[in-house]
Design a protein around this ligand. Structure first.
Ligand code: HEM
Length: 472
């Protein structure tokens, strides 16, 4: 697993009065700061720094100064109590990072635009709608696994499979469209564009966009592909006049309360691409890490198989089965703890502010290190171990803001319930059919916007029952 996991762990640096000591990470170079070491492995670097120097750190990436907070009290301050002072870092006039790809959609926008769009999008994720979507998720899952190679001993890249599966789920449930024929291209385009966006944000040596480099050209090419696809989807829906009562219909119906104006095509494109990207890659990585953790913990896997067999008795899982699958949910929660798809949450202070006894000037950039929080020894017993049982014993209450896979406060994930239905249902579905075993020695985490298994995860499938040949 992670190299530094065996290292000694420092205790939390906080008094009862929540007064924190800010530590400057040593070793920054003039001009580049800590960019060299950070760029090589941002996840591991942030975890190592935290273990070595504590919960409240400051470091530099070129001209940018960042703060790394790895304590639940500070997470609560930034994300909830002082949420109005800590905003997203993106400026629509000068798009950088994720905003280069997602424009001014729900993840990257702020202020009144964000508020209005959240009001429009939130109802799509209402519990009653999610129940109907759950059946669709399972049908799509069945259809995809029916298409897996017949030779089960032939390893498949389970990370890529989960990516394709969740992309298909999001396109069917949110846009009532099948992008099956484009799935590989969309996955490729999102991977290239998000990697480019991430690098452009954290690497002070990233060449400016106007330079005709190979990477810049490739970025423009994949963005043009995604724009064509999404604008095509919008035009098709406007043209057909057919109603589907999905996210796209809601976005097309939305009207400004005062002016009565609808969303522009650009706004529609930004929101559609945001949901495509935010709604599948996170869940895909969460599922891939869960299969990996199960594969290296055969005792947990046996208990998981026992639960799905006993509860489902060979039936296709439905949303009504979820309350009876507590262990399946617990192991998904535990996987989100050890490998949170969003291992750091970024904000910028809009005014001078005091936080945990520290004075932060306006413009300060803060990272809430969820990966660190989730492994903090002051808030978790045996933090490095994969122990789904901890969720059955209610350890969650010990650490309210030490567990933030979906963020917290007004900007918390809009798709939380969707993901918590999709993840356990797909686990139960696939776990009924296959015992998935690791077919490679090492799996390494890589932070590339989300926390993904570097290079994928090869697994062989050992059939547990015959795969249904349903059509989605
Ligand atoms: C396991 C799966 C998922 C994880 C771990 C996850 C994680 C997160 C986190 C941590 C945030 C907050 C980021 C911040 O505060 O800066 C977030 C926001 C968001 N997520 Fe998720 N997410 C998941 C699934 C989904 C799904 C399925 C959808 C849509 C179908 C979705 C759509 C969004 C959107 C639109 C936002 C921005 C919300 C806003 O700012 O108003 N996510 N997600």
């Amino acid at each position: 697993m992670l190299a530094s996991e065996c290292g000694t762990v420092r205790p939390a640096m906080v008094d009862a009065g929540s007064s924190f000591k800010l530590v400057d990470v040593p070793g920054g170079l003039p001009l580049f700061g800590h960019a060299g070491v950070f760029k090589k492995d941002p996840l591991q670097t942030m975890a190592d720094w935290w273990r070595r120097y504590g919960d409240v750190l400051r470091f530099r990436l070129g001209p940018k100064t960042l703060h790394l907070f790895s304590h639940p009290d500070l997470a609560e301050e930034v994300l909830i109590k002082q949420a109005d002072r800590f905003v997203k870092v993106y400026d629509p006039r000068r798009p950088v990072g994720l905003a280069l790809v997602l424009g001014n959609g729900l993840v990257t926008s702020s202020g009144e635009i964000w508020k209005r769009h959240r009001r429009i999008i939130q109802p799509i994720f209402h519990r009653t709608r999610l129940t109907a979507m759950a059946d669709r998720m399972v049908q799509i899952g069945e259809h995809r696994i029916a298409g897996w190679p017949k030779q089960t001993e032939q390893p498949i890249d389970i990370a890529a499979e989960m990516m394709a599966l969740t992309l298909e789920v999001i396109s069917h449930t949110m846009f009532t469209t099948s992008v099956v024929q484009h799935i590989d291209q969309i996955s490729h385009a999102l991977r290239i564009s998000l990697r480019y966006a991430f690098d452009s944000f954290h690497n002070p040596l990233h060449p400016p966009a106007w330079l005709p480099t190979g990477r810049n050209r490739e970025f423009r090419r994949v963005m043009a592909f995604m724009d064509d696809l999404i604008y095509g989807l919008i035009a098709e829906r406007r043209g057909s006049g057919k109603r589907h009562d999905d996210l796209l219909d809601r976005l097309l119906d939305a009207r400004d309360e005062e002016s009565g104006a609808g969303l522009t095509d650009q706004e529609l494109r930004d929101e559609a691409l945001t949901i495509f990207a935010a709604g599948h890659e996170t869940t895909a990585n969460a599922l891939a890490w869960t299969w990996y953790l199960l594969a290296i913990h055969p005792d947990v896997k046996a208990r998981f198989h026992e639960e799905v067999d006993r509860v489902l008795q060979g039936k296709r899982p439905t949303v009504d089965d979820l309350p009876n699958l507590p262990y399946t949910r617990a192991l998904f929660d535990e996987s989100l703890r050890l490998f949170p798809p969003a291992p750091a949450i970024q904000r910028k202070a809009v005014t001078d502010t005091m936080i945990g006894g520290l004075a932060l000037p306006a413009g300060s950039v803060v990272l809430i290190g969820t990966y660190n929080l989730h492994r903090h020894p002051a808030f978790w017993s045996d933090p490095e171990r994969f122990l789904p049982e901890r969720w059955l014993k209610g350890e969650r209450s010990l650490a309210r803001y030490a567990y933030l896979p979906f963020g917290a406060g007004p900007r918390a994930c809009v798709g939380t319930h969707f993901a918590l239905i999709e993840g356990p249902l797909l686990l139960a579905l696939i776990g009924q059919y296959y015992d998935l075993r690791l077919a490679q020695d090492r799996v390494e985490p890589q932070l590339m916007v989300t926390l993904r298994p570097k290079g994928g995860i090869l697994m062989t499938r050992h059939p547990r029952r015959r795969v249904a040949t349903s059509a989605a």
